[in-house]
Design a protein around this ligand. Structure first.
Ligand SMILES: [Zn+2]
Ligand SMILES: [Zn+2]
Length: 81
């Protein structure tokens, strides 16, 4: 199973920095190559990361607005995404 950084999408191959249990989840703390830290939650029938991956929208770096994934220009400031 591969785990990707929710922020930059890079696959993380290094082992977790820390692991612990949270309710019914096994939590692993990862750090990606670019230095983003995130928690990976692994449960019986659910796996997810905190923060959530930014996959279904395009994030404008100029004004921090989230745009639809198919957007080419930011709806707020017009910057090319
Ligand atoms: Zn990252
Ligand atoms: Zn913008």
């Amino acid at each position: 199973m591969s785990i990707s950084c929710p922020k930059c999408g890079i696959e993380v191959s290094s082992p977790p920095e820390r692991e612990w249990r949270f309710q019914q989840y096994q939590v692993s703390r990862f750090k990606c190559e670019r230095g983003d830290k995130f928690n990976f939650y692994s449960g019986m029938n659910k796996k997810f990361t905190i923060p959530r991956p930014v996959v279904d929208h395009s994030h404008c770096r100029a004004c921090e607005t989230d745009n639809p994934r198919e957007a080419v220009y930011c709806k707020n400031c017009g910057t090319k995404l």
